[in-house]
Design a protein. Structure first.
Length: 251
């Protein structure tokens, strides 16, 4: 994967440092080996999502390459006087959905997403990753996940094992917890049927009113960000027709 970057955290208890900063419980690294998490603004908005991976006493942070500079800067800011070191590292990241090679770890977001392997470059196994993401409504940074705009609960992080509500405080925790407990989500990502093609980010209209945006599209399905109270059986996004009859009946 040439679109990923690695930050290595070493020193005294790097997992403990991350525990007070990111959305998930990094203490599970001791048993699971990998944790999916996000860094949020104090207002609860998404900044970056990444995998925290145990590597001996160190923790590797596997993040989308376009987000690595900002993430490194923010983690360095939160480090303050913590006795840990952050360093950018050149390391191969591979993934696949077939038999897992030795040393691979299961993608914690969904079983269909297979495994990830660090430190060894393997050839592409032919998996259609966009089709898998759309089928299981798994957002991707820079597409459905928009820094300083998205909220992780609207993007399915609870379903994707990317947030823990019992771990205690972290940056943005108060807003995230309030969204969970205050009311049912009124907006969020969903997999929809689509006929035709529209640009990523195209506005969806239902009954003449804005109803959301259309994102990744493949094989007659798409990931859409929707206002659930405005969903209709058939909606328009540019030249494409978006179908969400089940959501329309629930709204």
């Amino acid at each position: 994967m040439t679109d990923r970057a690695i930050i290595r955290l070493s020193g005294e208890d790097p997992a403990g440092f991350l525990q007070g900063v990111v959305s998930n419980d990094t203490r599970r690294l001791a048993t699971d080996g990998i944790v999916y998490a996000a860094l949020l603004t104090p207002q609860g908005k998404y900044l970056a999502d990444f995998f925290c991976v145990a590597d001996g006493a160190d923790v590797l942070v596997d993040v989308a390459a376009p987000l690595v500079d900002d993430l490194f800067k923010r983690l360095s800011m939160y480090k303050l006087r913590a006795p840990i070191t952050l360093a950018r590292e050149q390391m191969a990241v591979s993934r696949g959905t077939g038999p897992a090679p030795v040393g691979a770890v299961a993608d914690p977001r969904h079983p269909a997403l297979g495994w990830r392997l660090y430190g060894q470059a393997l050839p592409d196994d032919g998996t259609d990753w966009d089709a898998l993401r759309v089928a299981h409504c798994v957002p991707e940074s820079g597409v459905e996940l928009i820094p300083n705009d998205s909220f992780i609960l609207e993007c399915g992080f609870e379903r994707l094992n990317g947030v823990d509500f019992r771990k205690g405080c972290y940056v943005g925790q108060e807003v995230t917890a309030r969204m969970l407990h205050k009311t049912a989500l009124r907006k969020g990502l969903a997999t929809v049927a689509v006929q035709g093609v529209a640009p990523v980010g195209a506005e969806i209209a239902a009954n003449g009113k804005p109803a959301g945006k259309l994102f990744t599209q493949v094989g007659g399905q798409a990931i859409a960000y929707l206002r659930f109270d405005r969903v209709a059986d058939a909606m328009q996004a540019g030249d494409a027709t978006v179908f969400a009859p089940e959501l329309a009946r629930d709204s």
